[in-house]
Design a protein around this ligand. Structure first.
Ligand SMILES: Cc1ncc(COP(=O)(O)O)c(C=O)c1O
Length: 481
């Protein structure tokens, strides 16, 4: 049997029934109550279905990577370093991989000291390790609203309280951040870190402006706060001038050609090369780095030596910038296609962001339609409902995240058309139920700013945890077990 060709969909990863869970309930740690399934994980199962057009997930287009190159690089690793490749490696990562990371950081305009880098199992592990190192139950994290749906379950698992600051077209407003910090300070609370995705934010699609970047670094320095800068998409810019990383701005503030002492930088090979490699990294001040290293020892000892050597061979090959250019070209086209399709099928009924790069558009419906419900009725098309980007699952109800990067253009058009069609039905239903007419005022400004939206009221109990709908009419929103 060819095991390698099997995907999911064989029952693994599905949720056990309530009566089975009840048997184990008293054994579970308190932190598991804060754990909820990442919307993205749920979506992965859907994306396996051939009949579903998935605009969900954060998938890059890996069909762009030539099989011949993959075979060549793997053969090179085998010929030159089989024993090292199939061995454990150092927790902090192999020197050959760190050299590639320094090169990518230089492309981002950011000089880093290799001694302050740790190689991780994807960028996701950085979020986990940072929480492991810094968060006790009840500690505060400040994040953007909406925020990366994949960070939501991690913050929940560490029982953090997350203050989410609503973004506009220029990212997180720093005056609002300061007001939030003042409010927290008045309660005697100091956030453990500020979590931000400054470039082509996931899921908002917006980019933090340069003045805000500068001010954020100033605020962090004034108040001695750590910043977790999550930057998977910085090199996927389709228009406009690249902006400096928070890390480099903070390093500048430190002076003497020094390293940042308040920014923890998260990078990844997932979007510029391949998520299947599961390789990311953190650059961090040494005392933090040491804790990340200890946390990683407990998590997985080290990241895969096979994929670190693969990356090293790939960078030696020297074509990585050209590959990136091809990705940019394709994704730019797909972004434009999605923007056109939105105009055609959502026009007048929604607003959406116009990202200068990255992989996502954030669309907000005007008609009081809850996108979690919409998804349940959207047979044949998937997207991430906006609630997944909010810790409490209450806000973001009428928004959705749409991935354009990993989807062929005809599927983008058809997927957006299908969502538009389901919207027709849902908006009509909403109008009948509430006696209101669809099509009233937009919740966002025309510049594409992401602002706070009022969700159709749900019971507080249900809003607490968002469970994504299952296909086939079982459960919609509810408290997960
Ligand atoms: C903002 C952000 N951070 C982190 C990650 C984690 O990526 P990975 O673990 O594949 O590096 C992603 C993936 O989509 C992301 O969008």
């Amino acid at each position: 049997m060819d095991r390698s060709s099997k995907g999911a969909g064989d029952g693994r990863g599905t949720r056990p029934p309530a009566h089975e869970l009840a048997r184990y309930e008293s054994l579970f740690a308190a932190r598991t109550r804060g754990m909820k399934s990442s919307a993205m994980r749920e979506m992965m199962a859907l994306t396996e279905r051939p009949d579903v057009i998935s605009l969900a997930g954060g998938l890059p287009d890996t069909t762009m990577f030539a099989p011949e190159l993959y075979a060549k690089l793997m053969s090179q690793v085998a010929a030159e370093s089989t024993a090292r490749a199939v061995q454990y490696g150092p927790t902090e990562g192999m020197t050959a991989a760190v050299e590639c990371i320094v090169e990518v950081m230089a492309e981002e305009g950011t000089a880093v000291d290799p001694a302050e880098v740790i190689v991780t199992t994807g960028g996701q592990q950085v979020i986990d390790l940072v929480c492991k190192a810094l968060i006790d139950p009840g500690d505060v994290i400040v994040a953007e609203a909406p925020t990366y749906p994949g960070a939501v379950p991690t913050f929940g698992a560490y029982q953090a309280e997350v203050a989410q600051i609503e973004m506009d077209a220029d990212g997180m407003p720093i005056d609002e951040l300061e007001r939030t910090l003042d409010r927290l300070a008045a309660q005697g609370r100091r956030p453990k870190f500020i979590y931000t995705i400054p470039n082509f934010q996931n899921p908002g699609g917006v980019t933090m402006s340069l003045p805000r970047r500068r001010r954020l670094v100033e605020v962090a320095r004034e108040r001695e706060l750590l910043v977790l800068e999550d930057n998977p998409y910085g090199l996927l810019r389709y228009e406009g001038e690249p902006l400096p990383t928070l890390y480099s701005l903070d390093a500048e503030a430190v002076g003497r050609g020094g390293a940042s002492d308040l920014v923890i930088y998260l990078g990844t090979f997932s979007k510029i090369l391949s998520p299947g490699l599961r390789l990311g990294w953190a650059v961090a001040p040494r005392p933090v780095l040491e804790k990340l290293n200890l946390g990683k020892q407990g998590a997985d000892l080290c990241s895969s030596a096979v994929t670190q050597l693969f990356v090293a061979a790939y960078f030696e090959d020297g074509e990585w910038r050209q590959y990136l250019e091809r990705l940019r070209k394709r994704y730019r086209q797909r972004r434009d296609t999605m923007l056109e399709a939105l105009e055609e099928h959502f026009g007048g009924r929604a607003t959406w962001t116009r990202p200068q790069g990255g992989m996502f558009i954030w669309a907000t419906l005007n008609e009081g339609v809850d996108t979690t419900d919409l998804l349940a009725h959207s047979e044949g098309v998937a997207f991430v409902p906006g609630r997944a980007a909010y810790m409490d699952g209450r806000r973001g109800a009428s928004s959705m995240r749409l991935n354009f990067a990993g989807v062929p253009e005809e599927d983008i058009r058809e997927g957006v058309r299908r969502i538009g069609k389901v919207m027709d039905g849902q908006a009509g239903l909403f109008g009948v139920l509430t006696g209101s007419l669809p099509g009233h005022e937009p919740a966002e400004d025309p510049a594409g700013a992401v602002t706070e939206h009022t969700a159709p009221a749900k019971s507080a109990g249900l809003a607490d945890v968002v469970e994504l709908p299952r296909r086939g009419g079982r459960g919609r929103a509810g408290r997960s077990a």
